[in-house]
Design a protein around this ligand. Structure first.
Ligand code: C2E
Ligand code: MG
Ligand code: MG
Length: 647
């Protein structure tokens, strides 16, 4: 399986910044390296050149000195021969020759050191030889002069001393020529090197600039890619997916696709049971499974959580469904079958991305609710339904403002003495001359969180009616009001109820809060806390529709509600032979009594049901047999006449 998982602990933006900074650093390092390369090359070439010039100058000095000393010396000997052939002059020549020898030695040694192991060493050897020959010849010349053989001395001087000086000077000239050529070559070489270094550096800098531009471009591209990706699954992100759909729509190819919206059933379970790491693993494996299906030109994106959107070729819908039906994932070394539900929508000509997403979302919503099919294709009816739900929601809100909601009261009866013992407030919506029952709008309001306003509207009416009956001298009964369980998420729920009771100045003994039994009491602690607060204020609480949900008997024991309302469905069909409910209700009622709670049965429609209730010692009933939910005024009459004499 191809796993390209990019994990970033930080955000993609941070990743991008890190990438740019690293690219800039690399660029700077390359620039510095290029500069160093230039500097080293230039300084190597120029220092070689200057070293050469320096040595050459010293050598030339030495050679000039040698040459000059020899000329001076020869001149002195010449003078001696032709004019000053005295003892004093002879002594001076000897001294001068010794000095010359010393100086020549010194100068030649220095020159020799400078040219050792170079091609110039031969010149040193020649000059050294020449000076030695000169000095030897000097002795011969002086000998002839001493012997006053001036002709031989002259001849010897011209033929030997001059010859050696000439030889030495020629050697020096040769040396200088070669040296000049060398210096010139070195200079040229240096210039070439500098030029080459400059060229190399220029090329380097050009490369660096190109590299920087390329890296910026790549970096931009990479980071753009990263920005387009979901960091966990490496799927596209929704923003990018939207853009992609937009361009496909523009190019006229959008309708080649089917848009799919996928969710993992009970994904939260993986997070809560195995932890978020395992949850992440599920998501990446799920994404990989989708990726395995896709072919060129098909796309998928993660829209946060476990929501995935796909664009698949419209002729591959069936293939896709069978691929998605078979997902096994490994979590914590355990293989699990993943349940997936998807909404599919075949994109139509002229659809914009929003149309496709909306249709997919509706289909997904049906797939989520469906127990038989997890892969649902969009049906235009879905839009009509949602439209009507949206309309209902809007109209309900308007209705609340316009006071279109009415409170009906359904009596609760003590079946031992057939007397009114309480009532339940049930809302009705008078809209456009039609009385709409709560079943048509409560769930819509619950889904959208607007139920709170309605419940408190009803509760206010109830409190206000109780206060009014009190004022009128009519003894009220305890009135139960229905509150959706969504209120339990509101930490001020109990306070709000207490405040309203105080506001209307009624006795809390007339107030009962009905909460529906459900397995969905995620937070049992807050429910129990609410019940306890109500109890502490003398307000009654009841558990509605008992038997329809999944609450356990232990919950009944732990939750200190005052009243248990057994749901109508338990009472229906009691006449049926061997109906197991009969025994069950009997047992439940006994248990409720043992727990010292009140019990009432809803939906009582027949005398037989009443007889049965009496048998099992359930003495409170609510149902059409006694009364349907009554409008305010009619119920007021019932308050004034609380005995059901005909029952
Ligand atoms: P519920 O609280 O269980 O109310 C009892 C429902 O059973 C009422 O339906 C009532 O009219 C009906 N009923 C009573 N006796 C009989 C009978 O003998 N036979 C039959 N077939 N039905 C009977 P209704 O008024 O349509 O209310 C339906 C549900 O709507 C209520 O069930 C309650 O859960 C909810 N509801 C009503 N008013 C409110 C409200 O103000 N707030 C909230 N949150 N929910 C409300
Ligand atoms: Mg109720
Ligand atoms: Mg009920």
């Amino acid at each position: 399986m191809n796993r390209k998982i990019i994990r970033s602990d930080g955000s993609i933006r941070q990743h991008r910044i890190r990438l740019i900074v690293s690219m800039i650093c690399i660029t700077m390092l390359l620039s510095i390296a290029a500069m160093l390369f230039l500097a080293i090359n230039q300084s190597a070439a120029s220092s070689e050149y200057s070293r050469m010039i320096e040595t050459d100058l010293r050598n030339r000095d030495d050679l000039t000195k040698i040459s000059k000393n020899l000329y001076n010396h020869e001149e002195m000997i010449f003078q001696y021969i032709i004019s000053d052939n005295t003892n004093w002059a002879r002594t001076r020549i000897k001294e001068q020759t010794a000095e010359l020898e010393e100086e020549l030695q010194e100068t030649l040694t220095e020159f020799g050191n400078n040219v050792t192991d170079t091609e110039y060493e031969q010149y040193y050897l020649l000059i050294d030889l020449g000076t030695k020959e000169y000095l030897e010849s000097v002795d011969r010349v002086i000998e002839f002069a001493d012997a006053e053989d001036i002709a031989s001395a002259n001849f010897y001087m011209n033929s030997c001393l001059n010859k050696y000086i000439f030889k030495i000077n020629s050697t020096i000239t040769e040396y200088e020529k070669l040296m000049n050529a060398d210096v010139e070559a070195t200079r040229t070489n240096m210039l070439h090197k500098t030029a080459r270094a400059s060229q190399t550096t220029a090329a380097g800098i050009t490369l660096v600039v190109l590299f920087s531009a390329l890296s910026m471009f790549t970096c931009g591209k990479v980071s753009r890619n990263l920005l387009n990706k979901d960091s966990l699954t490496c799927a596209d992100n929704f923003e990018y997916f939207q853009k992609l759909c937009g361009s496909l729509a523009k190019s006229g190819h959008f309708s080649d696709y089917t848009c799919v919206f996928c969710n993992i059933r009970d994904f939260r379970f993986y997070n809560s049971k195995y932890g978020y790491k395992a949850g992440d693993q599920v998501l990446t494996e799920f994404a990989d499974h989708i990726r395995d299906f896709l072919v060129k030109g098909e796309h998928f994106a993660r829209d946060g959580g476990d929501s995935f959107l796909l664009l698949i070729s419209s002729d591959r819908e069936d293939q896709f469904i069978s691929h998605m039906k078979d997902i096994k994932i490994d979590i914590l070394e355990r293989s699990d079958q993943l349940q997936v539900y998807c909404g599919l929508y075949r994109i139509q000509e002229n659809d914009v991305p929003g149309d496709a997403f909306a249709a997919c979302t509706l289909a997904l919503s049906s797939a989520r609710k469906s127990t038989s099919d997890s892969f649902i294709r969009y049906d235009p009816e879905m839009f009509t339904e949602i439209d009507s739900r949206m309309d209902t929601l809007y109209l309900c809100n308007q209705g609340l403002k316009n006071g279109e909601f009415l409170v009906y009261y359904q009596p609760k009866v003590n079946i031992e003495n057939n007397t009114l013992c309480g009532c339940e407030a049930l809302v009705r919506w008078m809209h456009d001359g039609e009385l709409i029952p709560p079943g048509k709008f409560i769930s819509i309001l619950e889904e959208n969180g607007n139920i709170s306003a309605l419940d408190f509207y009803v509760f206010r009416r109830v409190c206000s009616d109780i206060a009014e009956w009190n004022r009128k001298g009519i003894t009220p009964v305890r009135v139960s009001s229905n509150f959706s369980k969504v209120h339990l998420k509101d930490p001020d729920f109990a306070d709000k109820i207490i405040e309203i009771i105080d506001e209307y100045g009624i006795d809390p003994k007339y107030v009962e809060v009905e909460l529906t039994e459900s397995s969905a009491y995620d937070d049992f602690a807050s429910l129990a806390e609410f019940v306890n607060v109500m109890k502490s204020k003398g307000i009654f609480t009841s558990m509605d529709d008992f038997g329809t949900g999944y609450s356990s008997l232990s919950m009944l024991r732990d939750l200190d509600v005052d009243v248990i309302k057994i749901d109508k469905s338990f009472i229906d069909d009691l006449d049926r032979e061997n109906n197991p409910n009969k025994k069950m209700i009997g047992t439940i009622v006994r248990m409720i009594h043992d727990l010292e709670r009140e019990v009432i049965c809803e939906g009582i429609e027949t005398k037989e049901q009443v007889e049965f209730l009496k048998q099992i010692h359930c003495f409170a009933a609510q149902g059409y047999l006694y009364d349907t939910p009554l409008p305010h005024d009619e119920f007021e009459k019932r308050l004034n006449d609380p005995v059901y004499s005909n029952k």
